[in-house]
Every structure is written in structure tokens, then in C-alpha cells.
Design a protein around this ligand. Structure first.
Ligand SMILES: [Zn+2]
Length: 221
């Protein structure tokens, strides 16, 4: 990290250097060949933190290792494509859209690795499913938002984070000040917890910028 001192004495840091610093923190698979047991990896963070990008990176390495895999995503999230997960930097990987976690079982077959994107939108039973699959020897890679737009734990993510063998928390860059961001601030769009959207509806914010302008509408029960 490089600090730059401006002529009038206030230090700021160069976010370009900071971004490259963050990208060096790659997940290294503990052993890419399956042993007798599987495990759960969770990739979490705010919107625009690169979760899907990281999931795709890991799935591509699985393919290079000649392991079989399938990726699932919630059917409700069709922002980019119905049969792909797509990252903000336009990387993609084939996926199966399912309406309920039970449907993952129907599609899974014989695989070494499964990926689940946008896990926060899944029903609570996805937690037991991930645990059961890991116990069957499958490597389970889950990506999802850990917090909703109010900064509260989102859907099944808290349980998945607790049960995971490995956790990677990614950060975005605050749209207000350029610092590290881990909140998904909703710019507009009402008080529903689930509101699918992109940069027109959300921006990443750091703790200070999030707290300086807190969302005022709690979600309806
Ligand atoms: Zn900020």
C-alpha cells in the first residue's frame, strides 16, 4: 500500500495500488484432487467486490484439473443470462438456474465440485444441502452477499459462513471516498430486502460513508 502526501499535508492512498494489492490475495486450493472428504468454501462480500469473478476463476481451475463440475444459481437472478453466471468484468461460466435448493439434487449427478452463486437468495435448506454434499466428498464453492442493503446478515449466508471450511471475504471500493468497502448501499428502490439490480440501484460503501447516510427504510416482514 502506498501513501501519497499532498502538498498541504493530508495523506491519501493510491487506490490503483490498493486494488492490485487486493488481487494478490488469491485462494489456493488445499488439494485440488479430491481426497476422501469434501469441503465447503464461501466467497462473500458486498456487491461489486468480485465474488462471481472469483467463483468463475476457481471453476476454471477445476476444469483445468479435469474434475467434473456444475454451477447453480437462483432462477430469480437473470440479470445477465439464464444459463450462465457472468461477472462484472464479463467472464462467464455455464450454470443451471434453479428455483429451490432441492432442484440442485435433481441436477447434480456424479460431480467432484459444485459451485453456487448468489447463495443469499436460496432457501434455508441450501445449508443442509451444502453440508451433505461436502460430507459426500464433494468440494462445494458458495458465493454470495453476506449483508443486505441495511448491513444485516443475508438469507442463509450466516449459517454457510459458520459451517464453511474456508472463507474468503472480498471488498469493493467505496464510491464515495475510494476506501475499502464492504456494504452494498441502495441508492434508490424502496424497502424490499431483495431487489435485483446493478449500478443503477446499488453502490459499494465503506463503513464511514455507509453510516453517514444510513438507509432509513427497514424491510417489511
Ligand atoms: Zn467511503
Amino acid at each position: 500500500m502506498k501513501w501519497i502526501f499532498l502538498p498541504f499535508g493530508y495523506p491519501v492512498f493510491d487506490t490503483t495500488i490498493l486494488r492490485s494489492f487486493l488481487r494478490t490475495k488469491m485462494f489456493i486450493e488445499p488439494h485440488i484432487r479430491q481426497g476422501p472428504g469434501g469441503w465447503i468454501e464461501v466467497i462473500c462480500g458486498s456487491m461489486f467486490s468480485g465474488k462471481t469473478e472469483e467463483l468463475i476463476r476457481r471453476m476454471k481451475r477445476v476444469r483445468i484439473a479435469n474434475l467434473s463440475s456444475k454451477v447453480f444459481k437462483p432462477a430469480m437472478d437473470n440479470r445477465y443470462h439464464t444459463a450462465r453466471i457472468v461477472s462484472h468484468d464479463e467472464q462467464w461460466f455455464e450454470s443451471i438456474a434453479v428455483a429451490h435448493s432441492e432442484q440442485i439434487i435433481q441436477h447434480i449427478g456424479e460431480v467432484d465440485v459444485i459451485g453456487i452463486d448468489e447463495a443469499q437468495f436460496f432457501d434455508p435448506s441450501v445449508v443442509d444441502l451444502c453440508e451433505a454434499l461436502a460430507n459426500r466428498g464433494i468440494r462445494v464453492i458458495v458465493a454470495g452477499l453476506d449483508m443486505d442493503y441495511l448491513g444485516k446478515p443475508f438469507g442463509p449466508m450466516p449459517q454457510l459462513l459458520s459451517l464453511a471450511d474456508y472463507v474468503t471475504k472480498l471488498h469493493a471500493i467505496c464510491q464515495r471516498c475510494g476506501s475499502i468497502a464492504h456494504y452494498s448501499y441502495r441508492i434508490t428502490g424502496g424497502d424490499k430486502q431483495v431487489l435485483i439490480g446493478e449500478k443503477n440501484l446499488y453502490e459499494p460503501r465503506c463503513r464511514i460513508c455507509f453510516r453517514n447516510d444510513p438507509p432509513s427504510d427497514p424491510p417489511q416482514p
